[in-house]
Ligand binder design. Structure first.
Ligand code: SF4
Length: 906
């Protein structure tokens, strides 16, 4: 076994970023391990030796050190609202699960887990549920992220394999990004495409209904109709056949079913006009893309949530793979289909069987695999059928069929479609156990039992990124309070449920070793010296079947499969072109275009699309702590086209109510030139912790892909209406305001919380009496030394500020008419604890003699460069290119995820 010990200084720990599926390596430097006010004394930088990122981190990775404090952490086990010992909490969980199973059977309990889990956590969760409780009811939030890719891979390849690796991103001549805003969501990889574009003239094509940041840097954008990807790629297959781009030898020797797939594509879209009609693109646009694909052998088709989160997600994946099989452009440098995952360990979950329809170690539920796994685990109670997938799982909870659910490291009350129904289901579920590092998630509100889990920096184990690379995530902080590793918590519950001898793990390496042993158990294919080289099942890390602790601790990042014959892993799969279907060939899949499940109707005429913004991650429990990351967008919003804004009478910056059949949201309107008419976009990040009515999951339709069970998060019919409050304003304070107080104030209809360097900012609006807002009374109550106030009923202006010990500690500016005072100077006064004894005359105007300029939102979070600084530099120095802006201000010179915005400013 090749083991390159991670050689770092005593104070440095090599680990991996906990955010996206790129899986960047980083080095955490710990100056001390004390919980200082405001966080740990830790700095983070990219790991130059990690192949995924070669030393570079994006804005989110760079800001990790700002997110390590214990604020809002769950520090102790809690049962029914009372702090208890770990032993009592574990007894409650074990007895609760046992009682439920005894009374109602194994399928009356469920685990809902997470792509934030380490592989070792995932392995124990899966083994406990499927191996010993005897139910398939464990699913993961990765169901929402990439299960259509898993299903598409399995249909085509006979196994869930990603054939390529990240080097392909630099080696391709044509990169086609389908439903992927990689510039923001996978910026380190997108940078590698830009390198290929700049240095070798590679072309970048974006296929996306939405004009995203990635489009700014691309050579072509095809804004197809939502959900029409199958028609576009079926059309490509027909076009490739017409121009004889078939790799006949490859198709004959390595694939099954080409004729049927081509026939089906032909019946679906016989000509370019039909493709145009189904996709909403012009024939010229389609032809230009098809020509590019035809002439570039090194074509890489990268796809992500825009493909997966669809009621035809699996078909979209196979439509893409069909084109690569047809041309034989797969498993070779710079070419192939490439699924990029959203979460840091979505792939690890796939490897252990974290999806309800997988048994373990990439195995499905068949009599042979059930027998194999039963013998390996030494259990006669292994689940014999798949369990409930995410949407079904919460439906079953709602119907009372599942009576105990254990939610781990995820927040379904926000992220699931039809989130209000999920909340209702949790509310009536007799036993809800939630393990999380945070105490204030929306899902935690429903927990009978709260279990404090370790957070990033405290956890120790492995993760797998989008290119099959397994990396170590190493701990470098002491656990907060009584927090424990997820695998430890489940192991203790397993012991208390009577499965003790099967869960005798004392360290993560014990679990990883067993996971490796299962992956290689009865996995030889054929005889002779190649038997380990070409395996029966794709997933194997048999090389590590006897791994010991110091090898595990020093394990370098490696791409599976890992066997004695492939000790350094394998860059491209499948080995020797042998896939994992019965005859070792890949399958074409015959498919036809289908429109999204929920059609637009008169009452709901617009398509709601959901997704990420550049600087936030999931439900903001971590990134929301970083002032830099929170600066890009302070409030939840909806992007609306100019045309729709005019039609529905929406003002840029005003409020809009968005309604679907499933729920409602209240957010700011961002009227955008490049937003496509008929569609609106809302980010997925806001929760009840951050705003009054911004949970997009409440709106999203619960339709799913019939094959993968993945919800259609990119296509919900909605309507928008403008909302004009009686007053609006902002409250800035040196203390965080309890959101419960805001929720119970009938004068406040809308609030959104944002954190900026020691200042807690609330944007507020309401229909009630602004003078009666409870915050006014609270501010007055806190003003020990001095209360400043200005009330002008005629002008509709109400302004208050409280001064304590010559420091501005909070201010509340309200307008019934007209605008509000500038807030930048006031924010700085509070953040920097500036002595205001000579400034009190200016405070209520928001403009001081030492006024800070309004720099606007941050553009480059990595380098701390704001919009106005870039605008000023462009006009002052007559800058023309992104590179010139970078040379002068450093903006865009790190991860590059802001280059598209700089380009727009130019
Ligand atoms: Fe983390 Fe950014 Fe790398 Fe993703 S691209 S793993 S968020 S540093």
């Amino acid at each position: 076994m090749s083991q390159v010990q991670a050689s770092v200084k005593a104070t440095e720990v090599k680990t991996t970023c906990p955010y996206c599926g790129v899986g960047c390596g980083l080095i955490a430097t710990i100056k001390n391990n004390k919980d200082k006010a405001g966080g740990y004394d830790v700095s983070v930088k990219g790991d130059e030796t990690h192949p995924a990122n070669k030393g570079v981190l994006c804005s989110k990775g760079m800001a990790l050190a700002e997110t390590l404090d214990h604020k809002d952490r769950l520090l102790h086990p809690v049962v029914d609202g009372a702090q208890v010992s770990w032993d009592d909490a574990l007894d409650t969980v074990a007895n609760g699960l046992k009682d439920t199973i005894e009374k109602h059977g194994a399928d009356s309990v469920a685990f809902y887990v997470s792509g934030q889990f380490l592989t070792e956590d995932y392995y124990v969760a899966n083994k406990l549920m499927k191996g010993f409780i005897g139910s398939g009811n464990i699913d993961t939030n990765s169901r929402l992220c990439m299960s259509s890719s898993v299903a598409g891979h399995k249909r085509a390849f006979g196994a869930d394999i990603v054939p390529g690796n990240y080097d392909d991103w630099e080696q391709c001549d044509l990169a086609v990004l389908v439903g992927s805003n990689a510039a923001w969501c996978h910026p380190i990889l997108f940078n590698r495409l830009l390198k290929a574009q700049k240095e070798r003239g590679a072309k970048i094509v974006i296929i996306d209904p939405r004009h995203t940041a990635s489009c700014e840097m691309a050579d072509m954008h095809l804004p197809l109709l939502p959900g029409s990807d199958v028609a576009l790629f079926n059309g490509l297959l027909v076009y490739l056949a017409k121009f004889k781009a078939i790799n006949a030898k490859y198709v004959k020797t390595r694939t099954n079913g080409m004729s049927k797939a081509l026939e089906s594509a032909h019946a679906d879209v016989p000509d370019l006009d039909t493709v145009a009609q189904k996709t909403g693109l012009t024939v010229a646009q389609i032809e230009e893309f098809y020509r590019l694909f035809l002439k570039n052998e090194r074509a890489l088709t990268i796809y992500s949530q825009g493909v997966n989160q669809s009621s035809s997600g699996t078909d979209k994946v196979n439509a893409i793979i069909n084109c690569h099989l047809f041309t034989g452009r797969i498993s070779k440098p710079g070419m192939g289909p490439f699924s990029v995952t959203g979460q840091p360990n979505a792939m690890g979950g796939r490897e252990v069987g974290g999806l309800a329809n997988m048994l373990a170690a990439h195995m499905d539920f068949t009599p042979e695999t059930i027998d194999l796994v039963s013998r390996f685990w030494g259990s006669d109670n292994v689940a014999t059928k798949p369990g409930a997938k995410a949407v079904d799982m919460f439906d079953k909870i709602d119907r009372g069929e599942i009576k105990a659910v254990w939610i781990m490291a995820t927040n379904p009350a926000v992220s699931m479609p039809n989130a209000n129904k999920v909340r209702r289901a949790l509310d009536k579920c007799p036993l809800v156990i939630v393990s999380d590092c945070m105490d204030n998630t929306d899902s935690m509100k429903y927990a009978n039992v709260k279990l404090p889990a370790m957070a990033w920096g405290e956890k120790n184990g492995t993760v797998t990124n989008s290119e099959r690379r397994i990396s170590r995530q190493r701990s470098f902080l002491k656990p907060a309070g009584e927090a424990k590793a997820d695998w430890w918590i489940m192991t203790q519950v397993a012991k208390k449920m009577g499965f003790g001898s099967h869960f005798n793990y004392s360290k993560p390496v014990d679990i990883y070793r067993e996971h490796a042993q299962l992956s290689t158990f009865e996995n030889r294919y054929g005889n002779g010296k190649d038997a380990d080289f070409i395996t029966r099942r794709a997933f194997t890390i048999g090389l590590h079947a006897q791994i010991i602790e110091h090898e595990y601790d020093g394990m370098p990042p490696l791409q599976w499969p890992l066997t004695d014959c492939t000790p350094y892993g394998m860059a491209r799969m499948p080995n020797r072109g042998e896939f994992f279907n019965q005859n070792r060939k890949a399958n074409f899949v015959a498919i036809r275009h289908r429109a999204p499940e929920n059609k637009l109707e008169r009452k709901y005429p617009l398509v709601l699309n959901s997704g990420r913004i550049r600087d936030q991650w999931h439900t903001m429990s971590r990134t929301g702590k970083s002032a830099k990351l929170s600066n890009q967008h302070a409030e939840p919003f909806a992007n609306i086209s100019r045309q729709d804004a005019a039609e529905f009478n929406i003002q840029d910056g005003g409020f809009v109510e968005i309604n679907s059949k499933w729920g409602q949201a209240l957010v700011r309107a961002h009227v955008e030139d490049k937003q496509v008419s008929g569609q609106i976009f809302m980010p997925m990040h806001w929760t009840d912790v951050y705003t009054s009515k911004g949970v997009i999951g409440a709106l999203v339709n619960p339709a799913t892909d019939a094959v993968s069970g993945q919800p259609e998060l990119k296509h919900t019919p909605v309507k928008i209406t403008t909302w004009t409050p009686k007053w609006h304003g902002y409250f800035i304070s040196d203390e965080k305001i309890d959101s419960a107080m805001l929720e119970t104030d009938e004068n406040i209809e809308y609030w959104a919380y944002n954190y900026q360097d020691g200042s807690h900012i609330l944007n507020l609006a309401g229909d009630g009496a602004c003078e009666d807002v409870k915050l006014v009374a609270q501010l007055k109550g806190r003003s020990g030394d001095k209360l400043l106030s200005y009330v002008d009923d005629m002008a509709g202006q109400y302004r208050y500020a409280s001064i304590v010990d010559n420091r501005l500690e909070s201010c509340f500016m309200i307008a019934k008419k007209g605008g509000l005072p500038q807030r930048e100077w006031l924010t700085q006064l509070i953040s920097k604890r500036i002595d205001v004894s000579d400034k009190t005359n200016f405070i209520l105007s928001g403009v001081g003699q030492d006024n800070m300029p309004n720099l606007g939102p941050i553009v480059c979070a990595c380098m701390g460069v704001y919009q106005q600084q870039i605008i000023d530099a462009i006009s002052e120095h007559d800058l023309k290119t992104v590179e010139q802006v970078g040379a002068l201000l450093k903006a865009g010179t790190n991860c590059g995820s802001c280059m598209s915005e700089i380009k727009q400013l130019l």
